[in-house]
Design a protein around this ligand. Structure first.
Ligand SMILES: *Cc1c(COP(=O)(O)O)cnc(C)c1O
Length: 495
C-alpha cells in the first residue's frame, strides 16, 4: 500500500515519499510526516539473522513505498559499504552500564553518516523517478556534524551542488577543519557570524521564499535539504534501532518481544524521533530517554508542557546539541495533537512570533513513553572519566550526556530493562574535550598531539577521517553575516 506523506501544517499538502525527499520542506513551511506508520512484516528473530543492509531494506520498504526493490537495494548497497570501517556498520557493544550503539563508523565519524551516506542516492533516485531536470542545490545548516557528513555524501555527485552554513564560532576545531578542507567542485562551505539557530532559520527562510525559488527555477536550479527535516534522513535512522534490537536477540541478551529502552543525546530531535517511529512500527521500545546538555529546552518541555526558546544560548562541549529550536519536535507535536495540522500550525506560529507555546494536558498525556533529563558540563566530563575508568572505553561528549542521563534515570526509577545508548560520535571528533575530561594536565598540547594521546590510552586506532585532515589544505574561507546568506547562495550559483 502506498504511504502518503502530509505536511504538519496543512492537511491538504501531500506527497509521495520520493517527492517529499526531493522537496525537503513542505511549501507551507511544515514538515512531511507519514499519515500512518505500517507495522514490520518480518519477525525480529528473522531480522536477527540479517546483516545491516537487509534490516535497512525491511525498514525502508515500508516507509519509502514508491521506490522499487531494485531502487532501494541500489541505494542501500551503495550507502552501507566499505565507506564504513566495520562490516557491522553499527556495532552494538556491551559495557558495564548499558549497550552502546556505535553510530560513528562512517566517513565523518558521527551518526549523521548513517543517514547522509544514503541520502544522495535516495535524492538522485527520486529526481530520476519524478523527471526532475533542474540541478539540485542542497542547502544545509549545521551545528557541526551534519555539514561534514552531507558534504562527504554529496561531493561530486552529478546533478547536485551543496552549500553548508555553520556558526563560525560554534563548532569544534576538528569539526571546522573537516568542513573547510572538503574536496569536490560542487561543495561550498560558509561560516556565519551567528549561532546554529540563526543558520537554520536563514536556510528555512530561503526554502519557503517563493520568489527566490521561482528565480532559481528560471536558472535551472531547485533547493533540497540534507537536514533532518528531510524524511530521507529520518527514515534510514529507523533502521539502526531495529538492527540494535535484532543484535540483542542474536547475542541472546533478550528474547524477541522483550522490551528495550533507548537513550538518545538530542539536539534537533531527529534521532530520537526515528526511534519513536520505530516504536510505532512495532519495535518493542519501552522508554525513549531524551538527553540534553545545558541547552535543556527539551527537558523543560517534557517537564512542563511549555516549549520556551527565550533563553540564553549556551556553547557547550557537545556542540551538536547546542540547539534551542528543535525542528523535528514539530513532528511529535503534530502526532500528539491527533495528526491535527491546524492545531500544530497554531503552536508553530506561536513559536515563531513569541518564542514559546504550551501544549494541552491531553497532548501531554501522549508523552508518557518519553523520559527527559540533562547533563551539565561538569557532569558530562565526569561521565567520560567514569566510563573510561570502569570499562577502559572512551566515549565522546554527546554520548556522555546520554550516559549520565541514563544513569540518573536508572537510579531514580530502578528500571533494569536492557538499554541502548545511541553513541553519536567518535571521541576523536571531540578530542580536546574528551582528553580534558580524562586527564586535564595535557591541555597545553595541540589537537593532533591529543589525538595521539587518545590512541595511547584507548587502544582505538586513529580513524581515517582524522588522518585525512592532519595535512589537508583549507579550500573554503567564506564568512558572512546571517543577513547575507541569500546573497552568498546566489553568488555561488552565479545567478
Ligand atoms: C546531530 C548530533 C546529535 C543530535 O541529533 P539530533 O538528531 O539533532 O537530535 C547528537 N550527537 C551528535 C554527535 C550529533 O552529530
Amino acid at each position: 500500500m502506498e504511504l502518503i506523506y502530509k505536511s504538519t501544517r496543512n492537511a491538504n499538502e501531500t506527497a509521495t515519499a520520493s517527492m517529499a525527499i526531493l522537496k525537503g520542506l513542505a511549501d507551507d513551511g511544515g514538515l512531511f510526516v507519514p499519515d500512518s506508520l505500517p507495522k514490520f512484516d518480518v519477525s525480529f528473530e528473522d531480522m536477527a539473522k540479517m546483516d545491516y543492509r537487509q534490516v535497512a531494506y525491511e525498514v525502508l520498504k515500508l516507509v519509502l513505498t514508491d521506490f522499487t526493490k531494485e531502487e532501494l537495494m541500489y541505494c542501500i548497497n551503495n550507502a552501507y559499504d566499505s565507506k564504513f570501517d566495520t562490516d557491522e556498520i553499527a556495532p552494538l557493544v556491551k559495557k558495564s552500564d548499558a549497550y552502546y550503539l556505535e553510530l560513528f563508523h562512517g566517513k565523518t565519524i558521527a551518526f549523521k553518516d548513517m543517514a547522509l551516506s544514503i541520502l544522495p542516492y535516495l535524492l538522485t533516485t527520486s529526481a530520476k523517478k519524478n523527471n526532475v531536470e533542474n540541478e539540485i542545490v542542497i542547502l544545509t545548516a549545521t551545528s557541526g556534524d551534519t555539514g561534514k557528513a552531507a558534504l562527504a555524501g554529496f561531493a561530486d555527485v552529478p546533478g547536485t551542488k551543496i552549500i553548508v552554513f555553520y556558526p563560525k564560532n560554534g563548532v569544534s576545531p576538528i569539526q571546522e577543519k573537516q568542513m573547510v578542507t572538503q574536496q569536490g567542485d560542487n561543495t561550498f562551505v560558509v561560516g556565519i557570524t551567528g549561532n546554529f539557530d540563526d543558520a537554520q532559520t536563514g536556510v528555512k527562510m530561503m526554502f519557503s521564499d517563493k520568489k527566490l525559488n521561482a528565480y532559481l527555477a528560471e536558472n535551472g536550479y531547485q533547493f533540497s535539504s540534507a537536514n533532518s527535516i528531510n524524511i530521507g534522513r529520518l527514515t534510514p535512522q529507523i533502521a539502526y534501532y531495529v538492527y540494535a534490537y535484532s543484535r540483542l536477540i542474536a547475542s541472546g541478551e533478550i528474547k524477541s518481544g522483550d522490551k528495550m529502552n533507548v537513550v538518545v543525546p538530542t539536539g534537533n530531535f531527529g534521532n530520537i524521533l526515528s526511534a519513536y517511529y520505530a516504536k510505532l512500527m512495532g519495535l518493542p521500545i519501552d522508554k525513549l530517554i531524551c538527553a540534553s546538555n545545558d541547552n535543556k529546552v527539551l527537558y523543560d518541555f517534557f517537564q512542563t508542557g511549555c516549549y520556551d526558546k527565550n533563553r540564553e544560548f549556551i556553547l557547550t562541549t557537545s556542540p551538536s546539541m547546542d540547539i534551542l529550536i528543535s525542528s523535528n519536535l514539530e513532528r511529535l507535536i503534530y502526532r500528539i495533537a491527533g495528526n491535527d495540522a491546524a492545531k500544530n500550525a497554531e503552536l508553530m506560529q506561536a513559536l515563531s512570533s513569541k518564542g514559546e507555546y504550551t501544549i494541552t494536558d491531553e497532548m501531554k498525556n501522549e508523552l508518557k513513553d518519553f523520559y527527559a533529563g540533562y547533563a551539565t558540563e561538569a557532569e558530562t566530563a565526569a561521565t567520560i572519566k567514569r566510563v573510561f575508568e570502569a570499562d577502559g572505553y572512551v566515549i565522546d561528549t554527546h554520548t556522555a550526556v546520554a550516559s549520565k542521563v541514563y544513569n540518573d534515570y536508572k537510579e531514580k526509577t530502578g528500571d533494569t530493562t536492557p538499554s541502548v545508548i545511541a553513541s553519536t560520535a567518535s571521541p576523536y571528533k571531540f578530542t580536546r574535550s574528551v582528553m580534558n575530561a580524562i586527564d586535564a594536565s595535557k591541555d597545553s598540547k595541540t589537537d593532533f598531539e591529543l589525538v595521539d594521546e587518545l590512541t595511547a590510552i584507548s587502544g582505538v586506532k586513529v580513524p581515517q577521517a582524522i588522518e585525512d585532515i592532519r595535512t589537508a589544505p583549507v579550500r573554503h574561507t567564506t564568512v558572512c553575516d546571517k543577513e547575507d546568506m541569500e546573497k552568498v547562495v546566489k553568488g555561488f550559483l552565479g545567478v
